[in-house]
Ligand binder design. Structure first.
Ligand code: GCB
Length: 612
């Protein structure tokens, strides 16, 4: 080794140590800095801003930067109009095109199908705020970065395309002629989450609902009401108030179960509770939900909540203390039939209805947090859910800001959905390449997930490798941190012919349950041929038959979520006449037609539902 080699080795070690230190610092700061989301925003008094918004396409961000590329104080957020006939104003929201909110922009205007950049949105409204109340603007999601302005003033910025955020506008809102302007930018970035490369469409815009939420001066900002870990008879959780009167008596009530507990919040507006309750447990067979009310002195909020336990014992997953097999399917948040981003209860019912028809008791909501209606419908329909953050493929593992971003998205996802009985698994990553920095990053996310929600199981979709020609091995060190192993594999599609699965044996170094979180192959619906011809329904059907035969031989397998429920748009899939920018691995086409393999899975799940 030369001196130079030695020096660079020492330097690298020092940089690594520094990064670890920064990560630790960030983690500590993060444990304190809660995301101030309003829990159950949809259950609050609110005004929807759904409908047509005025929009300006701004690929050069001319409405944000001046000609020296400095942020301009007179950006489009000022919603300027010429005051006299000589005035120069080079934009006009009210004469510009409209887009519907919620909705992605790509499928609303042919010019925007492949667009990645900035679009400005503007909505005008009047608002009479009741005295003694506070007003928040709530976004279900905006992909990817949103800068929000009310009446020309900046109220905040949010990054991450799939989680909700709120900004307070109490002091800015007027009785008439408010204008809310949002700059939405979906440019991909190497350091973002997700990063540059994915296998889904980068739908941009105000993709989910936007509402004005009115709350009392001191309000119930967040609460957690679930069964205590390991118990089916004890409700446990906490409540947190925000506002000037943090010390209050708060009642948590489940009237149908005649259960109630009153607690006193402390100077931070926080209180924990724990009380016995005789509850009918939520399960796929009986997705029982209760009306739960959290009532403080100044505020009260209600919603439907289910109660169930979820645990792991050896290689078993236990739902309400009994072994369960997760009969699932992976789902993208892509609208059935209409195309584009899915939103709202109707889309959720269609997508999840197809999963039920296939015989599922479980869905993997890939690869990012889906809209809240998906979770609420899953609660109602009795589908267990795997929910994940877009920590996908090749994230910048060494970058503390990327970590912070992922951590925040994970926090927002868990904050929004931790009262949903349907959610049984939080997933921190998908198919990420092995390495020390990645392991540190993901281990920190696992810890964050457990800290925010000690009741759920934590997983990740990992990869496998060959141990000889006939064996697949799962020994990713991340497995040691997880409750449930997830694994994606494409034997029969990217890896050999469908028959290759016949010879495979599966091993793992962990004594943990495995969910085969992806497998499958592509087929164009209606395209037929022999089972060796790619893209035919027969080829796909053959992949599934061989996969199922193999899956049945894995002793520690406790769930499956094949890839994927429906065909979905992807820029990585250009093959003309077959893909046309769709990933064709759907068991159902993008037009809602079932392919042969759908019925193969349905048969397998029928068989399985008898066994478990
Ligand atoms: C994967 C990815 C998924 C892709 C899929 C495919 O492993 O997790 O996002 O869409 O493969 O079709 O290649």
């Amino acid at each position: 080794m030369t001196n130079d080699d030695e020096r660079s080795r020492v330097e690298k070690a020092a940089v690594r140590a520094l990064l670890v230190f920064v990560l630790l610092l960030l983690q500590q700061a993060n444990a304190r800095a809660q995301v101030q989301l309003i829990a159950n925003a949809g259950g609050r008094a609110s005004v929807s801003l759904a409908g047509k918004w005025q929009t300006i396409i701004d690929p050069y961000e001319n409405g944000y930067y001046d000609y020296r590329y400095q942020p301009s104080p007179d950006g489009y957020f000022k919603n300027a109009r010429p005051q006299g006939k000589s005035d120069l104003v080079e934009y006009d929201f009210d004469k510009s095109a409209q887009l519907s909110v919620p909705g992605d922009w790509n499928t609303q205007d042919a010019r925007l199908l492949f667009y990645e950049g900035t679009v400005w949105y503007k909505k005008s409204f009047d608002y009479r705020r009741k005295p003694g109340t506070r007003l928040f603007v709530h976004f279900g999601a905006a992909n990817y970065a949103a800068d929000v302005y009310l009446n020309g003033e900046k109220v905040g910025r949010h990054e991450g395309g799939f989680t909700p955020f709120d900004f307070e506008v109490t002091n800015l809102v007027k009785e008439a002629d408010n204008f809310l302007v949002v700059k939405v930018d979906n440019k991909r970035r190497r350091d973002a989450v997700p990063t540059l490369n994915t296998d889904w469409w980068n739908y941009g815009g105000l993709t989910r609902e936007v509402t004005l939420v009115e709350l009392p001066e001191t309000f119930i900002q967040d609460y957690f009401v679930q069964l205590r870990k390991g118990s089916t008879r004890e409700v446990s959780g906490w409540v947190r108030l925000a506002g000037k009167k943090p010390r209050q008596r708060v009642a948590v009530k489940i009237p149908e179960a005649k259960a109630e507990r009153v607690v006193e919040t402390d100077a931070d507006g926080y209180a924990e509770f724990d009380f016995p309750a005789d509850l009918t447990l939520w399960s796929p067979e009986n997705p029982k939900l209760y009306d739960v009310t959290v009532a403080a002195e100044t505020d009260s909020v209600s919603e439907r909540i289910g109660f169930r336990s979820i645990e792991v014992r050896g290689t078993d997953i236990l739902l309400n203390g009994k072994p369960v097999f997760l009969r699932g399917v992976s789902v993208h948040e892509e609208a059935p039939l209409r195309g584009g981003r899915a939103y709202g209860a109707d889309d959720a019912r269609t997508l999840l209805g197809w999963a039920k028809e296939m015989g599922c008791n479980f869905v993997r909501l890939a690869h990012y947090p889906h809209n809240e209606q998906m979770l609420r419908e899953a609660d109602r329909l009795g589908l267990m859910v795997w929910s994940e953050v877009p920590v996908y493929w090749t994230i910048l593992w060494e970058n503390p800001e990327t970590f912070e971003n992922a951590r925040r998205q994970l926090t927002e996802m868990i904050t929004r959905d931790r009262n949903r009985a349907s959610v049984v698994l939080w997933s921190v990553a998908n198919e990420t390449p092995l390495g020390d920095a990645r392991l540190r990053f993901l281990t920190a996310l696992v810890k964050q997930a457990r800290g925010l929600d000690p009741t759920r199981l934590v997983t990740a979709a990992m990869e496998r490798h060959y141990a000889g020609e006939r064996a697949q091995m799962i020994d990713d060190p991340l497995g040691a941190e997880l409750d449930v192993l997830g694994c994606n594999e494409y034997l029969g599609w990217y890896d050999g012919p469908p028959e290759k699965a016949d010879r495979m044996e599966w091993r793992t170094v962990y004594k943990k349950p495995l969910v085969m979180s992806e497998f499958g192959g592509g087929a164009l619906q209606g395209h037929h041929g022999d089972p060796l011809t790619r893209w035919t329904e027969e080829y796909q059907e053959s992949v599934y038959r061989h996969q199922i035969a193999m899956l049945k031989r894995i002793p520690f397998l406790r769930g499956t979520s094949p890839w994927i429920l429906t065909d979905f748009r992807s820029p990585r899939r250009p093959l003309p006449g077959i893909q046309d920018f769709y990933n064709r691995k759907g068991l159902i086409s993008d037009r809602g037609e079932k392919k042969k393999a759908f019925y193969v899975m349905q048969g397998y799940y029928r068989e399985l539902s008898k066994g478990f």
